[in-house]
Design a protein around this ligand. Structure first.
Ligand SMILES: Nc1ncnc2c1ncn2[C@@H]1O[C@H](COP(=O)(O)OP(=O)(O)OP(=O)(O)O)[C@@H](O)[C@H]1O
Ligand SMILES: [Mg+2]
Length: 253
């Protein structure tokens, strides 16, 4: 039975997508079978791993109940993915029946046995798409950058997850907060890391010891549609993500 892990933060550009694909690749390297699900109408995850989100069915048709999970899964070299494109932006309005928060969870059920992990990437918003991911989730990983707005936004995210826990998914929990795009040489980043740690302590949410350093290698890999860990596995940022995956797996035990 797959464990479902979601990367989420309503703040844009904090490395949700980068973390989802690096986590998936890292889990794959450890021998686990992984399905990625792109729940962001921007389709960044689909694009960055080279999925076909133009001529094939996507998560949009899946959420609209027009198809089944096995019909939309694409098998790529490194992992399997259910892609997304801009059509998904319409789903929030179009799925209006009772049980709308449960749709993704229901539609993933038939493939749950086929994977060890399902990693879901979400858009920078706390709307129905993210709520659908939370309803399907065992755990949420919260990537965040060292900025004041990023730090304060985590409380709002936490409150949303608490509501989901109450109404839609009692088992959901925040696995941890992951500091990304981190520059240990700047004082601001150090201060913000401390602030995030204090906030996390207050909410009783763990912060990963591993932090992901800022590096141009991330964007290089994405523009080449290559996974970061395959692109330059000895770069500092790949090493950070590998350490993160190891720390994540230790937390699972
Ligand atoms: N460790 C890093 N070092 C440098 N740049 C990074 C790092 N991680 C991510 N980036 C860059 O930051 C930008 C945002 O990353 P990403 O798309 O993963 O964030 P996101 O939270 O998914 O964004 P969105 O909210 O738009 O979905 C991208 O251009 C990416 O290449
Ligand atoms: Mg993204």
């Amino acid at each position: 039975m797959a464990k479902v892990v979601v990367t989420a933060n309503q703040k844009g550009g904090v490395a949700k997508t980068t973390t989802a694909s690096a986590l998936a690749a890292g889990l794959k390297q450890k021998g686990f079978s992984v399905l990625l699900v792109d729940m962001d109408p921007q389709g960044n995850l689909s694009d960055s791993v080279g999925a076909d989100n133009m001529s094939e069915l996507t998560v949009y048709e899946l959420l609209k109940n027009e198809t089944e999970a096995k019909e939309v899964v694409q098998k790529l070299d490194v992992f399997d993915i259910i892609p997304a494109n801009i059509m998904l932006a319409a789903a929030e309005q179009e799925i209006s029946q009772i049980g709308k928060e449960q749709r993704l969870k229901e539609k993933l059920e038939p493939v749950m046995q086929e994977y060890d992990y399902i990693v879901i990437d979400t858009p920078p918003a706390l709307g129905l798409l993210t709520i659908n991911a939370f309803t399907a989730a065992d755990e949420v990983i919260v990537p965040t950058t060292a900025g004041i707005f990023a730090a304060t936004g985590i409380k709002q995210l936490y409150d949303t997850i608490e509501k989901v826990k109450k109404y839609c998914n009692p088992k959901i929990k925040i696995a941890g907060i992951l500091m990304t795009k981190y520059n240990p040489r700047t004082n601001n980043d150090k201060d913000m890391k401390e602030l995030t740690e204090k906030l996390a302590q207050y909410m009783q949410v763990p912060v990963y010891n591993t932090f992901i350093r800022n590096s141009v290698v991330v964007e290089e890999a994405q523009s080449r549609k290559t996974n970061l860990l395959s692109y330059k596995k000895n770069s500092a940022v790949s090493e950070d993500y590998i350490s993160f995956v190891e720390e994540y797996l230790k937390g699972e035990k």
